[in-house]
Design a protein around this ligand. Structure first.
Ligand code: MTE
Ligand code: MO
Length: 256
């Protein structure tokens, strides 16, 4: 890369990050989760408030050493392309099976919605961004935890490349097993929130979400969606009904 292109792309990145900084600041003053008003979701309100007010900076979760890595069971969906499996999606399932058979060479991750430059990333595109590796504890709502090394690109780097608009508030994730969930901009811009393509030094295994999954280290395990299919930035909170956590009785916000 020659020097002028480097300066140009750095400047573009800085512009992106400056507006991201503004969004993070807006996130700090926000003390109600979008599920506010639902009596059954009063606990979300408490943890969300506490975390947004008491942890106004992006405080990092603990990172461990290589010697702390444990085994990690694969839970929930372990192959969206398996028509006999729970959560098989009639449209996305066969598409996933085809992409898997082709070793994900034809897989693309669209990043669209409230962004200046909608984009669609190949695995190689994602790998070209500066990578981050972190060893963290995954805590499942079912009561187990595991310590694992994750490698990927920080979500905020991808969002900066797509140029999130100043009015953007949520990032929604769609998966190949038909799940849809969202996080707010505060968690989306957290430095440990990753689009992960590596696990314990290898490509992300099928059952753990190949080719890429989300890591939302500041929330419980079910927010770390596997098998990512699409990322949509929105200005308003979107409740996907049956495809999302709220409809099944799970909290939208599960900060840890
Ligand atoms: N697409 C998708 N993502 C998912 C799930 C799932 O079933 N489908 N399960 C969630 C739950 S409850 C947990 S605890 C973690 C488990 O990740 P693992 O299978 O890699 O251990 O993934 C989360 N992400
Ligand atoms: Mo979980």
């Amino acid at each position: 890369m020659n020097e002028s292109r480097l300066i140009l792309s750095r400047r573009r990145l800085l512009t992106g990050l400056a507006s991201a900084g503004g969004l993070a600041a807006a996130g700090c003053s926000q003390s109600q989760p979008p599920t506010y008003g639902n009596v059954l979701r009063m606990a979300d309100q408490f943890t969300y408030r506490a975390q947004r007010l008491l942890l106004p900076e992006h405080s990092l979760v603990k990172q461990y050493g290589r010697g702390d890595i444990t085994s990690m069971p694969a839970t929930g969906s372990t192959d969206p392309g398996d028509e006999k499996a729970d959560g098989f999606d009639a449209q996305l399932g066969p598409e996933y099976a085809r992409l898997h058979a082709g070793e994900f060479a034809a897989w693309r991750l669209p990043v669209e919605g409230s962004v200046a430059r909608p984009a669609s990333f190949t695995l190689a595109d994602l790998a070209r961004f500066p990578a981050r590796t972190q060893i963290t504890r995954h805590t499942c709502e079912e009561g187990w935890s595991a310590i694992t090394e994750w490698t990927g690109v920080p979500l905020r780097t991808v969002l900066a490349a797509a140029g999130i608009r100043a009015s953007a508030r949520y990032v929604n994730f769609y998966t190949y097993d038909g799940q849809i969930d969202s996080i707010d901009m505060f968690d989306a811009l957290h430095p440990q929130t990753l689009i992960a393509y590596g696990m314990n030094g290898r490509a992300l295994p099928l059952q753990h979400g190949a080719p890429v999954r989300l890591r939302v280290e500041r929330q419980l395990g079910y927010k770390s969606l596997k098998f990512l299919h699409r990322v949509v930035v929105t200005e308003r909170f979107y409740d996907p009904g049956k495809a999302g956590p709220i409809d099944s009785g799970w909290a939208w916000y599960v900060g840890i």
